[in-house]
Write a protein that binds this ligand. Structure first.
Ligand SMILES: CC(C)(COP(=O)(O)OP(=O)(O)OC[C@H]1O[C@@H](n2cnc3c(N)ncnc32)[C@H](O)[C@@H]1OP(=O)(O)O)[C@@H](O)C(=O)NCCC(=O)NCCS
Length: 290
């Protein structure tokens, strides 16, 4: 196996990983002081394309994930290069690999400050900043304004309306992925008015935290209601990713005890517009996927 310390990065083979590589992914996360998010990594290994460069030790020298949404859009995440292999072009090699694989799709990602210079060199443009918010959300005696989704596959159930709403807002095909998300989820809730479904949101667990996302809603009041209702079952910390361009929602989260943990830059390759109607997308599923 080529040694990344002595082989030019452009010549290093890039391998597609599978669930059997879970422990290697967790070890690489730990090397960069990222949390051991076992459940999230497994979900990515099973539902996204995870690519890596191997190290001679049997460990991974670097990883990156690509989530395709049909041919229209693709999300990149989990860009990690082990500390001892940093600064040798492995990050560039992995990014170039997934950009090639993504073809004509509009490619987006959420960048840490460590990753942003590399992505800028490769043609990504920053469109905004996203805050990861973490805390125990105080629901108090708020009324319950959403209900659990009925995700039965029979025609006419919530599933059809929910997928139609998501298709309008996300603008690229993720019906297959959402089916897997619903199976992985803690709870899926919908909000509705006399016209039908006005929003939906999902909660899922990773480590001791209840993640809330995606949150799709007709307006901010609906988004708040969905978040509040999902957080009632948190039994601990909740986490949600919200753009800085939504100060109302961020202030409300702050008032409820959900504070800034870190921020990332939302970047799109070539600065291309994203499909769909993002004004109704209040939170992504996870920043590794979109
Ligand atoms: C970000 C990271 C993946 C970069 O990997 P890497 O293998 O060290 O990057 P490369 O050696 O391929 O660098 C690629 C280019 O970006 C530049 N670059 C990389 N990091 C940089 C930084 N912090 N500041 C300025 N330039 C930087 C390099 O100079 C290089 O330029 P060149 O190709 O024109 O010579 C790695 O530092 C890492 O894993 N960091 C911790 C985890 C993280 O934050 N990941 C990003 C998640 S969005």
């Amino acid at each position: 196996m080529p040694d990344p310390l002595t082989t030019p990065a452009a010549e290093l083979p890039v391998r597609r990983l599978g669930p059997e590589d879970l422990d290697r992914c967790l070890a690489l996360s730990e090397d960069r002081a990222w949390a051991r998010e076992e459940r999230k990594w497994l979900f990515l290994l099973e539902n996204a394309e995870v690519y890596a460069i191997d190290a001679p030790s049997g460990e991974l020298a670097g990883t990156v994930t690509l989530t395709r949404y049909g041919t229209a859009a693709a999300g990149i995440g989990m860009m990690l290069v082990a500390t001892r292999y940093g600064g040798r072009g492995l990050g560039r090699r992995l990014m170039t690999h997934v950009l090639d694989a993504a073809g004509d799709a509009t490619v987006f990602l959420w960048a840490t400050e460590a990753g942003r210079p590399l992505y800028e060199k490769l043609g990504f443009e920053t469109l905004g900043v996203t805050e990861a918010r973490v805390g125990r959300l105080r629901a108090g005696d708020d009324p319950v304004l959403s209900r659990p989704a009925d995700l039965g596959a029979d025609l006419g159930a919530d599933l059809d309306a929910l997928l139609a709403l998501d298709g309008e807002v996300f603008g690229a095909d993720r019906a297959g992925l959402l089916a897997r998300v619903f199976a992985f989820a803690e709870e899926v809730r919908v909000a509705e008015d006399e016209t039908g479904l006005t929003g939906y949101a999902v909660s899922w667990r990773s480590m001791d935290t209840l993640f809330i996302g995606p949150v799709v809603a007709g307006d901010e009041a609906v988004a708040r209601a969905l978040v509040t209702d999902l957080a009632r079952n948190a039994d601990g910390l909740v986490r949600i990713e919200v753009e800085r361009a939504r100060p109302g929602l961020l202030d409300w989260l702050g008032d409820r005890g959900v504070s800034p943990a870190f921020s990332t830059s939302f970047m799109v390759h070539g600065g291309r517009p994203l499909p769909g109607d993002r004004t109704r997308m209040f939170a992504p599923l996870m920043i590794a996927m979109g």
